[in-house]
Design a protein around this ligand. Structure first.
Ligand code: ATP
Length: 293
């Protein structure tokens, strides 16, 4: 039996713009994605002898069947490589909030693909794994590579950016469920009042200009999700009151994050928001090399 474990990191969006809609219904996006320290643990065993894929999810009531993206990643890996299943056991220790705009499912799927490539010695490499991962979801290729990236197309056209300057992040998810498809549907019928300046964000990252990055944080989805769930803007206001340099919603929400220069301010914000929202975390940016550890 072979076993390996990785940290499967969450992501946040430093910018998110929706630039068009394709005939197949997918939206074109332009966004800066950033891996963060918050992670699940994913452990895979191969050669368990059972000839099946078995999934266990700890710390969440997510289904452990083939509706779970991690399970589907293992099925797809076997299909793509032609490997015969000699018993695959996957254990996810869930820490990333679910349906939160943090790519929790995508990062577990990315971890399973990466671990199976290692354990079965298939040597697919990052590029091929990203191609396979795209079949599971638009965020999976980013989660395989990680760090700081510009994402275009439906999120799969990735350009590596320099590592972002380090900062303290307070992340807060209110206890509401947001349907990503519903938010994308709603954005088609609203006038987008403010769009991010993604190129300026890329320049601020390259210059290590944290205050500039904080000023440029922008997510076109935020007014849409906040229109359905006022908690989103309330949490951002609380983050600013606690001293955040900038604060926005991540993905289609409902998680929000603030960037803090001083650790003490971040700790106070985490404590203050944590009294109202149990899913509040203090974390930081993660580089690509930290993601691949
Ligand atoms: P994204 O930012 O990529 O849109 P998200 O953070 O909004 O993703 P996820 O946490 O990935 O959302 O969950 C989206 C849906 O995927 C949930 O409804 C959940 O039931 C399902 N799902 C399937 N597998 C997983 C998994 N391993 N972890 C989390 N959610 C999963």
């Amino acid at each position: 039996m072979n076993q390996a474990t990785v940290e499967a990191h969450a992501k946040i969006n430093l910018t998110l713009d929706v630039t068009g809609k394709r005939p197949d219904g997918y939206h074109d996006v332009c966004m800066v994605m950033q891996s963060i320290g918050l992670h699940d643990h994913v452990t895979v065993d191969t050669g368990t002898g059972s000839k099946e894929i078995r999934l266990t999810v700890e710390g969440s009531d997510l289904p452990a069947d083939n509706s779970n993206l991690a399970y589907r990643a293992a099925e797809l890996f076997l299909r793509e490589t032609g490997m015969v299943c000699d018993g695959i056991s996957i254990v996810i220790e869930k820490q990333i909030p679910v349906a939160a705009g943090l790519a929790g499912g995508s990062t577990d799927a990315a971890a399973v693909l990466t671990l199976l490539d290692e354990l079965y010695d298939t040597h697919l490499g990052e590029k091929k794994l990203m191609e396979i991962g795209l079949k599971l979801g638009a965020d999976v290729p980013f989660c395989i590579s990680g760090g700081t990236m510009l994402a275009e197309g439906i999120g799969e056209v990735l350009t590596r950016l320099p590592d972002a300057p380090q900062t303290h992040i307070v992340l807060c998810k209110p206890p509401i469920a947001v349907s990503t498809p519903a938010v994308y549907r709603a954005i088609d019928s609203v006038e987008i009042a403010r769009r991010p300046d993604t190129h300026a964000m890329c320049a601020a990252i390259a210059a290590g200009d944290l205050p500039g990055m904080a000023r440029l944080l922008c997510n076109v989805m935020q007014p849409v999700t906040a229109g359905m769930h006022p908690e989103v803007n309330e949490i951002c206001s609380m983050l600013y009151t606690c001293g955040a340099m900038g604060a926005i919603m991540s993905g289609s929400g409902p998680s929000n994050f603030g960037l803090f220069e001083r650790l003490e301010d971040a700790q106070t914000a985490c404590h203050t928001l944590g009294m109202q929202y149990t899913e509040t975390y203090i974390t930081d940016f993660c580089t690509a090399s930290q993601v691949k550890r």
